[in-house]
Design a protein around this ligand. Structure first.
Ligand SMILES: Nc1ncnc2c1ncn2[C@@H]1O[C@H](COP(=O)(O)OP(=O)(O)OP(=O)(O)O)[C@@H](O)[C@H]1O
Ligand SMILES: O=P(O)(O)OC[C@H]1O[C@H](OP(=O)(O)OP(=O)(O)O)[C@H](O)[C@@H]1O
Length: 217
Protein backbone atom coordinates (compact mmCIF):
# COMPACT_ATOMS: atom_id res chain seq x y z
CA UNK A 1 0.00 0.00 0.00
CA UNK A 2 1.46 3.40 -0.96
CA UNK A 3 1.94 5.95 1.79
CA UNK A 4 -0.20 8.48 -0.11
CA UNK A 5 -3.20 9.36 2.08
CA UNK A 6 -6.68 10.08 0.77
CA UNK A 7 -9.20 11.88 2.98
CA UNK A 8 -12.92 11.78 2.07
CA UNK A 9 -14.97 14.87 2.94
CA UNK A 10 -18.35 16.22 1.89
CA UNK A 11 -18.76 19.78 0.64
CA UNK A 12 -20.31 22.36 2.93
CA UNK A 13 -20.31 22.23 6.70
CA UNK A 14 -18.16 19.09 7.10
CA UNK A 15 -15.48 20.42 4.75
CA UNK A 16 -15.54 23.86 6.41
CA UNK A 17 -15.48 22.49 9.96
CA UNK A 18 -12.71 19.98 9.18
CA UNK A 19 -10.37 22.66 7.77
CA UNK A 20 -9.19 23.91 11.21
CA UNK A 21 -8.50 20.31 12.28
CA UNK A 22 -6.43 19.72 9.14
CA UNK A 23 -4.67 23.02 9.80
CA UNK A 24 -3.75 21.69 13.28
CA UNK A 25 -2.13 18.71 11.54
CA UNK A 26 -0.20 21.10 9.25
CA UNK A 27 -2.39 20.28 6.23
CA UNK A 28 -3.88 23.03 4.06
CA UNK A 29 -6.26 22.26 1.20
CA UNK A 30 -5.06 24.37 -1.71
CA UNK A 31 -8.35 24.42 -3.67
CA UNK A 32 -11.87 25.50 -2.74
CA UNK A 33 -14.56 22.88 -3.54
CA UNK A 34 -17.20 25.64 -3.74
CA UNK A 35 -15.28 27.31 -6.59
CA UNK A 36 -13.87 24.32 -8.41
CA UNK A 37 -15.62 21.38 -10.09
CA UNK A 38 -12.69 19.14 -9.22
CA UNK A 39 -13.42 16.12 -7.04
CA UNK A 40 -9.81 15.46 -6.06
CA UNK A 41 -8.21 18.37 -4.24
CA UNK A 42 -4.52 18.82 -3.56
CA UNK A 43 -3.08 19.92 -0.23
CA UNK A 44 0.21 21.58 0.70
CA UNK A 45 1.43 18.05 1.57
CA UNK A 46 2.06 16.14 -1.68
CA UNK A 47 1.32 12.89 0.19
CA UNK A 48 -2.20 13.95 1.27
CA UNK A 49 -5.19 14.56 -1.02
CA UNK A 50 -8.86 15.23 -0.33
CA UNK A 51 -11.72 13.70 -2.28
CA UNK A 52 -15.14 15.36 -2.32
CA UNK A 53 -18.12 12.97 -2.06
CA UNK A 54 -21.74 13.05 -0.89
CA UNK A 55 -21.99 13.07 2.92
CA UNK A 56 -23.79 9.72 2.90
CA UNK A 57 -21.13 8.17 0.63
CA UNK A 58 -18.13 8.96 2.90
CA UNK A 59 -18.34 5.64 4.88
CA UNK A 60 -18.55 3.63 1.64
CA UNK A 61 -15.35 5.18 0.20
CA UNK A 62 -13.51 4.58 3.47
CA UNK A 63 -14.89 1.05 3.99
CA UNK A 64 -13.65 -0.02 0.54
CA UNK A 65 -10.25 1.66 0.96
CA UNK A 66 -10.85 4.18 -1.86
CA UNK A 67 -10.19 6.72 0.91
CA UNK A 68 -7.96 5.97 3.89
CA UNK A 69 -9.93 8.17 6.24
CA UNK A 70 -12.90 10.51 6.24
CA UNK A 71 -15.29 12.59 8.30
CA UNK A 72 -18.94 11.54 8.64
CA UNK A 73 -21.89 12.40 10.86
CA UNK A 74 -23.14 9.84 13.39
CA UNK A 75 -26.48 9.98 11.54
CA UNK A 76 -24.79 8.72 8.37
CA UNK A 77 -22.64 6.20 10.25
CA UNK A 78 -25.63 4.74 12.05
CA UNK A 79 -27.43 4.20 8.73
CA UNK A 80 -24.31 2.71 7.12
CA UNK A 81 -23.63 0.35 10.01
CA UNK A 82 -19.92 1.15 10.36
CA UNK A 83 -18.66 -2.14 8.87
CA UNK A 84 -14.92 -2.13 8.09
CA UNK A 85 -14.48 1.24 9.76
CA UNK A 86 -12.44 2.23 12.75
CA UNK A 87 -14.02 5.25 14.49
CA UNK A 88 -11.39 6.60 16.87
CA UNK A 89 -12.39 10.24 17.40
CA UNK A 90 -15.54 12.25 17.97
CA UNK A 91 -14.61 15.56 16.34
CA UNK A 92 -17.48 17.46 18.01
CA UNK A 93 -18.25 19.26 14.74
CA UNK A 94 -21.53 19.56 12.76
CA UNK A 95 -23.56 19.14 15.95
CA UNK A 96 -27.29 18.58 15.70
CA UNK A 97 -29.85 15.91 16.63
CA UNK A 98 -32.13 13.43 14.91
CA UNK A 99 -35.75 14.07 15.88
CA UNK A 100 -39.32 13.20 15.06
CA UNK A 101 -41.38 16.20 13.91
CA UNK A 102 -45.00 16.65 12.89
CA UNK A 103 -47.26 19.45 11.61
CA UNK A 104 -48.23 21.87 14.39
CA UNK A 105 -51.87 20.71 14.23
CA UNK A 106 -51.17 16.97 14.43
CA UNK A 107 -51.69 15.33 17.86
CA UNK A 108 -48.75 12.94 17.83
CA UNK A 109 -49.17 11.67 21.40
CA UNK A 110 -52.83 10.87 20.79
CA UNK A 111 -52.02 9.04 17.52
CA UNK A 112 -49.39 6.98 19.37
CA UNK A 113 -51.75 6.28 22.31
CA UNK A 114 -54.48 5.12 19.93
CA UNK A 115 -52.04 2.75 18.22
CA UNK A 116 -52.50 4.48 14.86
CA UNK A 117 -50.27 3.37 12.00
CA UNK A 118 -48.06 6.37 11.21
CA UNK A 119 -46.62 7.33 7.84
CA UNK A 120 -43.09 8.57 8.46
CA UNK A 121 -40.95 10.22 5.76
CA UNK A 122 -37.20 10.14 6.23
CA UNK A 123 -33.83 9.49 4.70
CA UNK A 124 -32.85 7.78 7.99
CA UNK A 125 -34.88 4.60 7.53
CA UNK A 126 -32.76 2.37 9.80
CA UNK A 127 -32.70 4.93 12.62
CA UNK A 128 -36.45 5.53 12.27
CA UNK A 129 -37.30 1.80 12.08
CA UNK A 130 -35.31 1.10 15.25
CA UNK A 131 -36.80 4.07 17.11
CA UNK A 132 -40.44 3.21 16.39
CA UNK A 133 -39.89 -0.52 16.94
CA UNK A 134 -38.51 0.27 20.42
CA UNK A 135 -41.63 2.35 21.15
CA UNK A 136 -43.91 -0.34 19.72
CA UNK A 137 -45.37 2.10 17.18
CA UNK A 138 -46.35 0.73 13.77
CA UNK A 139 -45.01 2.83 10.92
CA UNK A 140 -44.96 2.89 7.15
CA UNK A 141 -41.61 4.37 6.23
CA UNK A 142 -41.38 6.56 3.14
CA UNK A 143 -37.80 6.92 1.91
CA UNK A 144 -36.82 10.44 0.84
CA UNK A 145 -33.42 11.92 -0.07
CA UNK A 146 -33.95 15.51 1.10
CA UNK A 147 -36.42 18.29 2.05
CA UNK A 148 -38.15 15.94 4.50
CA UNK A 149 -39.90 18.95 6.07
CA UNK A 150 -42.15 19.19 3.04
CA UNK A 151 -43.69 15.73 3.43
CA UNK A 152 -46.25 16.45 6.22
CA UNK A 153 -47.19 19.78 4.61
CA UNK A 154 -48.43 18.14 1.41
CA UNK A 155 -49.94 15.00 2.95
CA UNK A 156 -47.13 12.60 2.03
CA UNK A 157 -46.59 11.65 5.67
CA UNK A 158 -47.85 12.20 9.25
CA UNK A 159 -44.35 12.66 10.65
CA UNK A 160 -40.72 13.02 9.63
CA UNK A 161 -37.45 11.84 11.12
CA UNK A 162 -34.80 14.45 10.29
CA UNK A 163 -31.92 16.51 11.60
CA UNK A 164 -32.65 19.53 13.77
CA UNK A 165 -30.10 22.10 14.84
CA UNK A 166 -31.47 25.59 15.52
CA UNK A 167 -35.05 24.47 14.78
CA UNK A 168 -35.48 27.27 12.24
CA UNK A 169 -36.31 24.92 9.33
CA UNK A 170 -39.07 23.31 11.43
CA UNK A 171 -40.43 26.72 12.51
CA UNK A 172 -40.38 28.07 8.95
CA UNK A 173 -42.55 25.13 7.90
CA UNK A 174 -44.94 25.13 10.86
CA UNK A 175 -43.62 21.83 12.20
CA UNK A 176 -42.90 20.87 15.81
CA UNK A 177 -40.30 18.54 17.26
CA UNK A 178 -42.05 15.82 19.28
CA UNK A 179 -39.25 13.34 20.02
CA UNK A 180 -35.49 13.52 20.25
CA UNK A 181 -33.92 10.30 18.91
CA UNK A 182 -30.15 10.89 19.13
CA UNK A 183 -27.48 13.56 19.42
CA UNK A 184 -25.27 13.92 16.37
CA UNK A 185 -21.75 15.11 15.75
CA UNK A 186 -19.16 14.03 13.21
CA UNK A 187 -16.53 11.35 13.71
CA UNK A 188 -13.24 10.67 12.07
CA UNK A 189 -13.44 7.28 10.38
CA UNK A 190 -10.46 5.22 9.23
CA UNK A 191 -10.18 2.23 6.91
CA UNK A 192 -9.11 -0.72 9.06
CA UNK A 193 -6.42 -1.97 6.65
CA UNK A 194 -5.00 1.55 6.19
CA UNK A 195 -4.79 1.93 9.94
CA UNK A 196 -2.39 -1.02 10.06
CA UNK A 197 -0.49 -0.48 6.80
CA UNK A 198 -0.22 3.33 6.89
CA UNK A 199 -0.02 3.76 10.64
CA UNK A 200 3.19 5.77 10.47
CA UNK A 201 1.61 8.42 8.20
CA UNK A 202 -1.85 8.35 9.80
CA UNK A 203 -0.96 8.40 13.48
CA UNK A 204 0.38 12.00 13.71
CA UNK A 205 -2.66 13.29 11.80
CA UNK A 206 -5.07 11.39 14.07
CA UNK A 207 -3.27 12.75 17.12
CA UNK A 208 -3.44 16.35 15.85
CA UNK A 209 -7.17 15.93 15.07
CA UNK A 210 -7.81 14.51 18.53
CA UNK A 211 -6.03 17.35 20.30
CA UNK A 212 -7.69 20.03 18.17
CA UNK A 213 -11.14 18.44 18.68
CA UNK A 214 -10.58 18.32 22.46
CA UNK A 215 -9.53 21.99 22.53
CA UNK A 216 -12.70 23.04 20.72
CA UNK A 217 -15.17 21.37 23.17
N1 LIG B 1 -28.26 21.95 10.35
C1 LIG B 1 -27.21 21.22 10.74
N2 LIG B 1 -26.46 21.61 11.78
C2 LIG B 1 -25.39 20.89 12.17
N3 LIG B 1 -25.00 19.74 11.57
C3 LIG B 1 -25.71 19.31 10.52
C4 LIG B 1 -26.85 20.02 10.05
N4 LIG B 1 -27.35 19.39 8.98
C5 LIG B 1 -26.55 18.31 8.79
N5 LIG B 1 -25.58 18.25 9.72
C6 LIG B 1 -24.52 17.21 9.84
O1 LIG B 1 -23.65 17.38 8.73
C7 LIG B 1 -23.65 16.21 7.91
C8 LIG B 1 -23.57 16.63 6.45
O2 LIG B 1 -24.71 17.39 6.15
P1 LIG B 1 -24.89 18.05 4.72
O3 LIG B 1 -26.09 18.92 4.82
O4 LIG B 1 -23.58 18.62 4.28
O5 LIG B 1 -25.13 16.79 3.78
P2 LIG B 1 -26.50 16.15 3.30
O6 LIG B 1 -27.07 17.03 2.26
O7 LIG B 1 -27.31 15.80 4.53
O8 LIG B 1 -25.96 14.77 2.71
P3 LIG B 1 -26.19 14.04 1.28
O9 LIG B 1 -25.57 14.96 0.27
O10 LIG B 1 -25.46 12.73 1.41
O11 LIG B 1 -27.69 13.91 1.15
C9 LIG B 1 -24.92 15.44 8.28
O12 LIG B 1 -24.76 14.07 8.03
C10 LIG B 1 -25.05 15.77 9.76
O13 LIG B 1 -24.23 14.91 10.53
O1 LIG C 1 -32.66 23.16 12.68
P1 LIG C 1 -31.95 23.86 11.56
O2 LIG C 1 -30.84 24.74 12.06
O3 LIG C 1 -32.89 24.59 10.65
O4 LIG C 1 -31.20 22.74 10.70
C1 LIG C 1 -31.89 21.61 10.22
C2 LIG C 1 -31.76 21.49 8.74
O5 LIG C 1 -30.37 21.35 8.40
C3 LIG C 1 -30.25 20.24 7.50
O6 LIG C 1 -30.48 20.63 6.19
P2 LIG C 1 -29.45 21.45 5.30
O7 LIG C 1 -28.08 20.94 5.50
O8 LIG C 1 -30.00 21.45 3.94
O9 LIG C 1 -29.68 22.87 5.86
P3 LIG C 1 -28.75 24.06 6.25
O10 LIG C 1 -27.42 23.83 5.58
O11 LIG C 1 -29.50 25.24 5.74
O12 LIG C 1 -28.69 24.01 7.76
C4 LIG C 1 -31.38 19.31 7.95
O13 LIG C 1 -31.72 18.38 6.94
C5 LIG C 1 -32.49 20.25 8.31
O14 LIG C 1 -33.32 20.53 7.20
Amino acid sequence: MSQQLTLALSKGRIFEETLPLLEAAGIRVTEDPEKSRKLILATNDPAVRVIIVRASDVPTYVQHGAADFGVAGKDVLHEHGGEGLYQPIDLNIAQCRVSVAVSAGFDYDKAVRQGARLRVATKYTKTAREHFAKKGVHVDLIKLYGSMELAPLVGLSDAIVDLVSTGSTLRANNLVEVEHIMDISSRLIVNQAALKLKRERLQPILQAFEQAARRSV
